[in-house]
Design a protein around this ligand. Structure first.
Ligand SMILES: NC(=O)c1ccc[n+]([C@@H]2O[C@H](COP(=O)([O-])OP(=O)(O)OC[C@H]3O[C@@H](n4cnc5c(N)ncnc54)[C@H](OP(=O)(O)O)[C@@H]3O)[C@@H](O)[C@H]2O)c1
Length: 357
C-alpha cells in the first residue's frame, strides 16, 4: 500500500500552522514542518498534544530547519512533499522601524518556497497564507469593496497608491502575495499549482502559551491594559475554520490558481467583543474596559501606546467581507461563530497563563 501524501507546513510554531498540522494528521497525511529555530520543538509537541493528537502522530512529525531569510534548508524541506502549506511570515505586535524588516522575509521567503517547489519535481500544489491585509487596505474611507453590497471580495487588492497609508505588515503580505502570483505567471509554466488564502482576524483557541500577535487585542483587553475601547470593527474567522479552508484549498481541483478570503460568520465591533468577554467569562473578564473612546482620544493615546497606531486608519469603519467564493468553490462552511472564536481564544489565554487575573 502506498504511503499517504507528505505535506510541508512552514512556520510550525505558529498559531494557525499548529492547527493546520493538527487537521492534516486528522485527515491521515504525513506531515513535515519547517521552523526557523529547532529550540521551539518542545513547544510544538506540547501544542499538538493539547490539540489531541496521539503520541504516534506527534512522533511522526518531521521537523526541519529553514529560515525565510536564507536559502539553506528549503530543498531538504520540500523533498518528496506533494503539497506545501506556506504559512510562515513575520507577524509582530508592533510596527517595525523599517518596513523592510517584514517585507523581506515575507516576500523573499515566499519566493524561496515557490522555487523549492518548482525544483522538487514532486510538489503538486502550494497553498500560500496571505491575508485580508492584501485585500482591504489603502483605499479611500468610503471604499467597501468592488461590490459595495457584497463587501470586500477576492478581486479587491490593497492599494499602495491609495489615499490611506498602508502599514508595514499589510504591505509585507500584499507584496508577498503579489510576488507569488507573478512567479506563477513568469516566463515558464510552473510544474505546480498555487492557491492563496486571505484570512481576516484569526481568533479561536491557542494551543500553548506562545500566543503570537493574533490574540494580542484580547490579551490587552483581559489584562486591563486597554484604558477604553476604540471604535474598531473586526471581521473574524476561527482558527479551526481557517485551517479547514487551508486543507480544502490544497486538494479541491476547482481551487486551482484561485484566491480565497477566509472570514467566518462576519465581524464584531470591539465594544461587542468586550461585552461578550464580560458576559461569558464573568469574574475573569473583570478588567475588560467598558468605556468606548471617541476616535480623537484614540489618536492621542496612539502617541504613547504604539500598539494602537496601525489601527488608527480603521477607526469607525465597519468592514463587510464576503466568504461567498470559498463556500461556492471549496464547499467550505464556518462552524464556529465570531462569539465562540473570541471566547475560546480568551479561555486559552487564561488556561496557559498568558493572562493572569
Ligand atoms: N492571525 C491572524 O489574525 C492572521 C490573519 C491573516 C493572515 N495571517 C497570516 O497567517 C500566517 C500565520 O499567522 P499566525 O497568526 O499563526 O502568526 P504566528 O503565530 O506569529 O506565526 C508566524 C510564523 O512565522 C514564522 N516566521 C516568522 N519569521 C520567520 C522567518 N524569518 N523564517 C521562518 N519562519 C518565520 C514564525 O516562526 P517563529 O516562531 O520562529 O517566530 C511563526 O511560526 C501568517 O502568514 C500571517 O500573516 C494571520
Amino acid at each position: 500500500m502506498s504511503s499517504p501524501p507528505l505535506v510541508l507546513v512552514t512556520g510550525g510554531t505558529g498559531f494557525l500552522a499548529l492547527w493546520v498540522i493538527t487537521h492534516l494528521f486528522c485527515q491521515g497525511y504525513r506531515v513535515r514542518t519547517a521552523v526557523r529555530s529547532l529550540s521551539k520543538v518542545p513547544h510544538i509537541k506540547n501544542c499538538l498534544r493539547e490539540a489531541g493528537l496521539t503520541a504516534d502522530q506527534i512522533a511522526s512529525l518531521e521537523i526541519v530547519q529553514a529560515d525565510l531569510l536564507a536559502n539553506t534548508g528549503w530543498a531538504a524541506a520540500v523533498a518528496d512533499a506533494t503539497y506545501i502549506q506556506h504559512i510562515a511570515s513575520p507577524f509582530p505586535a508592533q510596527a517595525p522601524k523599517n518596513d523592510e524588516e517584514l517585507i523581506k522575509p515575507a516576500r523573499e521567503g515566499t519566493l524561496r518556497v515557490l522555487r523549492a517547489a518548482r525544483d522538487s519535481g514532486t510538489v503538486m500544489r502550494v497553498v500560500v497564507t496571505s491575508s485580508f491585509a492584501a485585500v482591504g487596505y489603502g483605499h479611500a474611507f468610503e471604499y467597501a469593496g468592488a461590490d459595495k453590497e457584497r463587501g470586500f471580495a477576492e478581486e479587491d487588492w490593497t492599494d499602495l497608491n491609495g489615499p490611506r497609508k498602508v502599514p508595514a505588515y499589510q504591505k509585507s503580505k500584499l507584496l508577498a502575495e503579489r510576488a507569488a502570483w507573478e512567479f506563477m505567471e513568469g516566463e515558464h509554466e510552473q510544474p505546480f499549482d498555487l492557491v492563496t488564502i486571505c484570512p481576516v482576524s484569526v481568533f479561536g483557541p491557542a494551543l500553548g502559551k506562545d500566543d503570537g500577535t493574533s490574540l494580542r487585542t484580547l490579551v490587552e483587553l483581559l489584562s486591563g491594559n486597554a484604558p477604553g475601547i476604540p471604535k474598531l470593527h473586526w471581521p473574524i474567522v476561527d482558527v479551526r475554520d481557517c485551517a479547514k479552508m487551508q486543507l480544502l484549498a490544497m486538494t479541491t481541483p476547482a481551487a486551482s490558481r484561485e484566491r480565497f478570503i477566509s472570514v467566518g460568520e462576519g465581524g464584531l465591533w470591539m465594544e461587542d467583543i468586550a461585552k461578550v468577554l464580560r458576559r461569558r467569562l464573568g469574574e475573569q473578564a473583570k478588567k475588560v474596559p467598558t468605556r468606548v473612546f471617541p476616535n480623537l482620544l484614540v489618536r492621542i493615546i496612539a502617541l504613547v501606546w504604539p500598539v494602537v497606531r496601525p489601527v488608527i486608519p480603521e477607526l469607525g469603519h465597519e468592514k463587510k467581507v464576503s466568504n461567498a467564493k470559498a463556500k461556492d468553490i471549496l464547499g467550505w462552511e464556518w462552524e464556529h461563530s465570531s462569539e465562540e472564536a473570541v471566547v475560546t481564544a480568551a479561555e486559552s489565554l487564561l488556561k496557559f497563563g498568558v493572562i493572569e487575573v
